[in-house]
Every structure is written in C-alpha cells, then in structure tokens.
Ligand binder design. Structure first.
Ligand SMILES: Nc1ncnc2c1ncn2[C@@H]1O[C@H](COP(=O)(O)OP(=O)(O)OP(=O)(O)O)[C@@H](O)[C@H]1O
Ligand SMILES: [Mg+2]
Length: 248
C-alpha cells in the first residue's frame, strides 16, 4: 500500500527543541504513517532519544507542532494522547517484586479496570508469540536480559498502543539475546503495529523498516525508503556512518 492511501499517525512539523543554548532538534519534520516501521539511526548525541521523548510529551518543544491523529499535541491533551503510545527503553524496568503475570496485569486491570480473565488471555497470547510462554509465573530476577526485554514489550502492548516507540531496545543485551528481542519486534511489525525504532542493528533495519531516517547534529539528514537508504546514498555523513557501522 502506498503511504498516500494511509492515515498519518504522528506528524512533527518544524519542531525545535533546545536544552539551554543547545539546539537538539533543529526544525525537524517527520510524518509517520499507519502500519509503518520507521527506523532512526545516527551518531550519538544526534537527537534520536529526544525526538522519541518529544513525541510522547516527555520533553516540551520550543516551537513547531506535533500532530497526533489529526490533533495538535498540547500540554492539556498530552496525558490522554500518551495513553495510546507505548515506549520501550534500553533498560527493562519491570517491577522486581512482582511476577511476570502481575507486571503485565497491574496497569490494564488496576489503572484501566479491564477484565482480569481477558487480560490474562491477552498476556499469555503475547508471551506465546514472543517465545516466553513458560515465564508467566517467573520473577524478573529469574529471567535473562532478552526475556526481560520481551516481557517489557508485552507490558507495553497490554495497554493496546496505537504507536510504539523503541529506544535502542537491544543495546543493553548480550549478542545472543539480541536476536530474540528483534524477532519479537519483527512480529509486531508483521502484525501491522506502527512503530518508530531507534536502533543500530542495520541488518534488522534493512529487513523490517519501511523507512529509515538518519539524524545527525539535530537534523534529519536523510529520510528515505529502506532500499534507497542502503543504495547509493549521496550524503557524505551517512556514507561515513554506514561504513563504520556496517564493518563493525
Ligand atoms: N535533559 C537534558 N539536558 C540537557 N541536554 C540534554 C538533555 N537530554 C539530552 N541532552 C543533549 O541533547 C543532545 C541529544 O541527545 P539525545 O539523547 O537525544 O541523543 P541520541 O541521538 O539519542 O544519542 P545516543 O545515540 O547517544 O543515545 C545531546 O547533546 C545531549 O547531551
Ligand atoms: Mg539515545
């Protein structure tokens, strides 16, 4: 399906974000369409995490607009908009004193008042899909890093997000665990989840992303479909970045 047939989930329009005198997002514009998997990459300090954090209102912007499903995000509506956005970080902050089951059920059942039986079914379906079906009664300390991260993703999915943001979800993991977490994210992509993923796993990006953005020095320098990204790019900084990262 072409993008112009689809609805835009989130749109950044000329977004500027500064920390003091430091401009971290310099006039950034980005449209993310329904069912897209957009990968953000680029050198450290380029603004990738800040970009994700502005999308779900963890950072206030200095100027420009963020439009979510046609509505401009403001400090008034950010709380209700944020409920539709799931975010997964590098470190998996599960509640260490709660079992996997309770970690997964606490927010939907206690906060949203959803039916416990229904949520248990949903949880076990996701655990199954992500290859951790046997971990429902485990505690976080009994899980590997890769398992914890998959559970953290499920916890986010329990809230039925409309958009998922991932900030380097595999960068804290040992190499042998990276694949299982990327497989879980790939499944979500196949199910049509709209996602923005900060990652330097370029093999994964090549396979799963519909589009890749290269951020450097507060700018989106390249925003293109995945095939062109790995094709003959004209951007010198991107060439440099790719040659370092692909031969790493
Ligand atoms: N709360 C903050 N206060 C001041 N400066 C900040 C803050 N958060 C981020 N920055 C600065 O903003 C710039 C962009 O940071 P950001 O974390 O978005 O980069 P990044 O692309 O995610 O980098 P990395 O690949 O290392 O995670 C950096 O120069 C950083 O030092
Ligand atoms: Mg970052």
């Amino acid at each position: 399906m072409e993008n112009n047939d689809r609805e835009i989930v989130v749109s950044l329009q000329n977004v500027v974000k500064k920390f003091g005198h430091l401009t971290v997002l310099d006039d950034m514009s980005l449209d993310v369409y329904e069912h897209e998997t957009v990968v953000l990459c680029g050198p450290s300090g380029g603004g990738k995490s800040t970009l994700l954090r502005t999308i779900n209102g963890l950072e206030r912007i200095n100027s420009g607009k963020i439009i979510y499903r046609g509505t401009e995000v403001t400090h008034r509506n950010i709380h209700s908009i944020r409920k539709h956005i799931g975010m997964v970080f590098q470190s998996f902050n599960l509640f260490s004193n709660l079992s996997v089951k309770d970690n997964l059920l606490i927010a939907p059942c206690k906060t949203l008042g959803k039916d416990k039986k229904e949520m248990l079914k949903k949880a076990s379906d996701y655990l199954e899909l992500f290859g951790v079906a046997d971990k429902m009664d485990a505690y976080p300390h009994q899980l590997s890093g890769g398992q914890k991260q998959r559970i953290a993703i499920v916890r986010s999915l329990m809230m039925e997000p409309d958009l998922m943001l991932f900030d380097e979800p595999t960068s804290a993991l040992d190499p042998e665990m990276i694949k299982e977490v990327l497989d879980a994210i790939r499944r979500l992509s196949q199910q049509g989840m709209t996602m923005i993923i900060v990652t330097h796993e370029m093999g994964f990006a090549r396979e799963v992303a519909s589009r890749i953005c290269f951020l450097e020095s507060a700018k989106i320098r390249v925003d293109t479909d995945t095939k062109s990204f790995f094709g003959d790019t004209q951007d010198e900084r991107l060439q440099q970045f790719l040659s370092v990262i692909l031969h790493h």
